[in-house]
Design a protein around this ligand. Structure first.
Ligand SMILES: NC(=O)c1ccc[n+]([C@@H]2O[C@H](COP(=O)([O-])OP(=O)(O)OC[C@H]3O[C@@H](n4cnc5c(N)ncnc54)[C@H](OP(=O)(O)O)[C@@H]3O)[C@@H](O)[C@H]2O)c1
Length: 354
């Protein structure tokens, strides 16, 4: 397993180990992955795509309470300020949480992306963002994508961000990006679940020291409603995953998350349901055998359920990312002591970005 360091909180689990608690609650201990010189990332994080702004504070608050220490949001999700509100209200130390967000393609370009950082920083209430990545390839704008990445390099050099990367980049795009820029992306966040495990991309990542971060790690894109097609097959209903889950007395989601953890990936499951939020972090009490891992690997179809990463971006996808409301900017924790402000929920459009 990559990243054998243990961190976070834990409970007495079938695997044993220490048992610190979070505000009266206890959770399993999750391994961490080395992301950059500076950032250790818990292997299981918490995603908020399609979490409505008015649900986000409660959901992220619950996630932090039960022990998640990595939150993944994006400018395009329209809920960065609510993630920031939850972080500010939390009793968790700012230094203990890895906050990741993404620049949307309408903000690509060097100066535009520097400004996108300022927008995200103000909405999140953070003067430093832990992980900032480019959300999409934007194939028809790729020169602007490269300029955007150069801005991420600048932000990294200036200490405004601690790690940088990309999302939805196939191998050929990574190669072009790496040829044109200096810092190898610390991570690539891609669609990755048992029906689309992208072995060649993962091998390229390993070769270049890029962390593989799985979006839809429990296959949400194969079953949740949306514009992704009616002919999808839900990986959550897969018989092989169901059998493995029954063997260990866990859920299919836990089997998939355990598969990610044992294979050294970062996974960022989304849930707004407190039981499922907790369940998705509770994946250290059992171990998948080599045969079980191979059975899950064998489910790969080679086909994505989400959109083609190489698709062109037109005006419809290039919707503007709103400026922060100035009165709502405020800091969280010791890295920014400005007072927190609370106000109306963000009205930003929430668009499917996958
Ligand atoms: N970079 C990108 O382009 C991109 C694209 C998509 C996603 N992402 C990121 O990846 C995160 C996760 O991906 P995702 O949201 O697409 O899919 P996911 O986490 O694989 O699945 C989420 C879906 O599964 C349900 N669910 C959660 N836990 C469950 C459990 N234990 N048992 C059964 N159902 C469960 C959720 O419903 P409930 O909420 O009702 O539990 C939701 O419908 C996102 O939130 C976002 O941060 C990034």
């Amino acid at each position: 397993m990559t990243g054998s360091d243990e961190r976070g909180t834990s409970r007495a689990s079938p695997t044993g180990g220490p048992t610190p608690s979070v505000a009266g609650m206890t959770v399993n201990e999750i391994p961490t992955l080395s992301l950059s010189d500076d950032v250790e990332l818990p292997a299981i994080g918490y995603g908020v795509f399609q979490t409505a702004p008015d649900e986000t504070v409660a959901a992220v608050t619950e996630a932090l309470r039960v022990g998640y220490r990595h939150v993944d949001t994006a400018a395009a999700y329209g809920n960065e300020r609510e993630v920031g509100d939850a972080l500010r209200r939390s009793e968790v130390d700012r230094a203990d949480v890895v906050v990741e967000t993404k620049v949307w393609a309408s903000d690509y370009g060097y100066d535009e992306t520097l400004h996108a950082f300022e927008k995200a920083s103000a909405k999140l209430g953070l003067d430093q963002i832990d992980v900032l990545i480019l959300h999409q390839v934007a194939a028809n704008l790729f020169d602007r994508t490269i300029e955007a990445y150069r801005a991420l390099e600048r932000l990294l050099a200036d200490g405004r961000v601690r790690a940088i990367g990309v999302s939805n980049f196939p191998v050929a795009r990574l190669e072009r990006l790496m040829d044109a820029t200096d810092v190898v992306p610390h991570l690539n966040q891609v669609e990755l679940h048992p029906y689309h495990s992208q072995p060649e991309l993962q091998a390229f990542h390993r070769q270049h020291g890029i962390l593989t971060q799985a979006w839809s790690p429990i296959g949400g894109i194969t079953f949740y409603p949306g514009p992704w097609g009616d002919d999808r097959r839900s990986v959550m209903q897969d018989p092989a995953i169901g059998e493995i889950a029954a063997t260990h007395g866990v859920s299919p989601a836990q089997v998939m998350l355990r598969w990610h953890v044992q294979q050294g990936r970062s996974a960022i499951p989304k849930s707004v349901n407190p039981d499922r939020i907790r369940q998705n972090l509770d994946v250290t009490g059992f171990t998948l055998s080599a045969d079980e891992l191979a059975r899950v690997d064998a489910l790969d179809t080679g086909t994505a359920s989400g959109p083609d990463p190489e698709r062109e971006f037109d005006e419809r996808q290039l919707f503007p990312i709103p400026e922060p409301e100035p009165e709502r900017s405020g800091g969280w924790g010791p890295r920014n002591e400005a007072p927190a402000h609370r106000g109306a929920q963000a009205q930003a459009d929430q668009q499917p970005e996958a």
